[in-house]
Design a protein around this ligand. Sequence first.
Ligand code: ADP
Length: 499
Amino acid sequence: MGSAYILAIDQGTTSTRAAIFNELGQGIASVGREFRQHYPKPGWVEHDPLGIWQTVAEVVPEALAQARIAPQELAGIGLTNQRETVVLWDRATSQPVAPGIVWQDRRTAAFCKEHHADEPWLFERTGLVLDPYFSATKIRWLLENDPTIQSRAKSGHLAVGTIDSWLLWNLTGGAVHATDYSNASRTLLMNLHTARWDTELCRYFDVPEAILPDAKPSVSRFGVTAALPFLPAGIPICGIAGDQQAALFGQGGFRTGEGKCTYGTGAFFLLNTGVKPIRSQHRLLSSLAAMTDTTPQYVLEGSVFVAGAAIQWLRDGLHLLARASDSEALATRSSPEEPTLFVPGLVGLGAPHWIPEARGVLFGLTRKTSPADLARAALEGVALQVVDLIAAADLDTGVPLDGLRVDGGMSRNAWFLQCQADLLGLPVLPALEKEATALGAAFLAGLQVGVWPDLDAIRKMTLSSQRFEPTWNQEQRERKLRNWRRAVAATIAYYRDEA
Ligand code: ADP
């Protein structure tokens, strides 16, 4: 067989990374580059699409140099990306016609509020809530606010896409306008049940269907590189998935009932629910998984806004730590008798509560409360929020989770992972590869070009021998969870009264 290296491009919200994996699934190079965030008005967040493309053009050759391989040795390219962010460009010139509107951008909040009554049918059809977070209202805004753009869109001169589509377009020299189902299912324009763009949804959001990309399974031959100064022509781009779905795939979560949590700035829990979309009763979202063929596969998703961000606050706000990793040693020194409890709603509470106006609250301060107790409370607060997500998912599916795969920055903290296992009463399984998102994109691409024969071969490369088993008895767990739930209820009551 020929070359067996796969290039993964992981285009995130604040940085772009190129990683190269060998046929054993081992990372042999990884180069990241941050790029500028633009905040033109309060609540607005924009990215320069050409600036993002420029970071790709920089990190790919640097990763190849670090790996000491020639670009001709790449068997394929996988893409993974920040989801929901939209780019609108001219098909003839490949130039963006507006800045990219980032998932965090709230400019369409008024539209969402006005149309709140339509949420039940939108939720039923898309698995998502009507929120500025998702792509559809952003595309609508771009078209509505510029009549020239609107008429050029209607006449078929423009193309729209999430970041994966934009990068694919550029990698293929403008030959391919496509996306994968996992990204498409985060736009509010795809019918979750049929995995097709939905004419009624497009009409509802005033988005002409002609400007949307072709949607395909995550494992597809999307196109080949062309006209690039930094890669030879003809390398297939053959794996695409949104970042959270890619991380689940990179951790081997292929089967129904397998779930993972990625702990970065926020925490994202995704559960594979198989061929059935779950209609959550607990405000969790349903989307399409990274799919290897056209048979729909679903995930249930819940996110908390503050995970690593709580540790950043201890470090940069309170100056209790020099480095995020110091939280581990500090928490170990906390006295178990101190009743400190932290509800880390620093920017509001996410699923399953969805109280954007809430803020963080510290309970149980005494004269003995120390920096160590605050560090412990912050780490526990993150873990307890994830316990709530998993409890909600268990109720929605009726099948309790039996172990949690974990990745992301905070998963390097062993004290935290033990705490997560104790609070969940479940084993916690850290990813073998810390860049599970990039690895997931590489797996998708490698499956398409035959670097790996099947999912079983991939699964073997994701299993870590490290496990964190729960050590608490049920009574200890229940006591802690009871106190946490009282604390969350008190926090919600306090901020609801204010609203
Ligand atoms: P993102 O992709 O959101 O930037 P990362 O996966 O790189 O996030 O994780 C970074 C986050 O993890 C930061 O918020 C940081 O505070 C936190 N973090 C990193 N290492 C540790 C650690 N050892 N213990 C606790 N938190 C950590």
